[in-house]
Ligand binder design. Sequence first.
Ligand SMILES: *Cc1c(COP(=O)(O)O)cnc(C)c1O
Length: 379
Amino acid sequence: MKFNTKAIHGGQEHDPAYGAVMPPIYQTSTYAQSTPGGHKGFEYSRTHNPTRRALEKSFASIENGQYGLAFASGMAAIDAIIKTLKPGDEVISTNDLYGGTYRLFTKVFEKFGVKFKFTGMGDSATVESLITDNTKLIWVETPTNPMMNIIDIKAISDLAHRHDILLAVDNTFATPYLQRPLDLGADIVMHSATKYLGGHSDVIMGAIVVNDEKLAEQLYFIQNASGAVCGPNDSFLTLRGIKTLAVRMERHCDNAKAVARFLEQQDKIERVYWPGFEYHPNHEVAKAQMSDFGGMLSFVTKGNDYKEAIRIVERLKIFTLAESLGGVESLAGHPASMTHASIPKDEREKSGVVDSLIRLSVGIEDHEDLIADLKQAIG
Ligand SMILES: *Cc1c(COP(=O)(O)O)cnc(C)c1O
């Protein structure tokens, strides 16, 4: 099956009870048993729920993986992955990463003795120099948030496997429509399905997909043991979102392209970060591992003027100033004071998240209106 067909039918069966074409919302915590242990495959909804299971199969299908797991949020999914480790284990992570991930790693898991090393991953030799006998996991986000750096998944996966290390990829920005990390050698792919997979800014949801049966068992065990599962209603909404992922992504990509080219020509804009530009340092890698460049981009104002950046985001009318991304509506964010405020300033600036950086999640409106909005805001 090709992608569009999988997005709509992957892992989905009509409801066995009444033939409902859409998966019913099984809003139940428990399931009747005819005799102790005599049930139809479902006992308790923390462990399994039919609506959630339909979503988990869909996640696996669109990522070309064997096993899918759904969580209460992207953070809960990351939490479950790190819980496969033990004290003394080390993780090497992208330095330019989602602020919440950085916070979970450094403020929660370091306390339990897991060590995290942060680095740029443009060059695998730098990553290799940080590997020790205790390194168990490499954590990659690509495109990175918010600098839109591209990391070569295949190169990092070859390196990881030479050292018997697992590679996890946060595929939230690219989505499986544009990039499939398992096909490129990653062991674990993870999503904040809150973003493009859900696609309508109406649900908080996390996803993990893996191919290895043992790893899947470990993760299902943690999912049930820790219990950060999503509810059936949110599962239904995410399933509905996934059905239109392909058409939405095409429009997101086209609109982002138009917006990036417009911003690039503005005198008051110093620089636009978008992997589709030929001069983007990782443009060739992006072209090779992604089928298009996505709906996200960032830019900085001339002179890195903090006040000017704030003025621009406040004046936007169609772009809503808000955290998050990946919905049908366009959003603008100011990472230094919003999504990345939990990363110390010097750490933040090392990876380029300066005070005037503005991040855009370009929606699927008419790009002429989006450009007009930016034009009036930039002035
Ligand atoms: C939003 C986001 C997360 C966290 O996901 P939640 O669903 O908000 O818990 C993780 N990684 C990336 C890249 C994100 O954008």
